[in-house]
Design a protein around this ligand. Sequence first.
Ligand SMILES: [Zn+2]
Length: 67
Amino acid sequence: MNFCREGRPALGAYAFGLLSAADELIVERHVAGCEECFKELAGFFRLRNAIRDLPPETFLEGSPDDE
Ligand SMILES: [Zn+2]
C-alpha cells in the first residue's frame, strides 16, 4: 500500500493510541524512513497534547458524528 497516501488516518490513530500493536509497528517502520509522514505524525502528537490539556467537559457537548 502507499502509506503516504492511504496511511494518513493511521498516523492520527497512532498518536491517540488507537492502533493494534501490529499496526503500530507498521506506522513506526514507515515514519522511521519517511520524513513527510514523520512530520505529519509530530503534528498529530501536538494536537493530542493540546487536547489532553483541555477539560473533559469540552467533549461532552456537540460531538460531530457518533459512530
Ligand atoms: Zn510516508
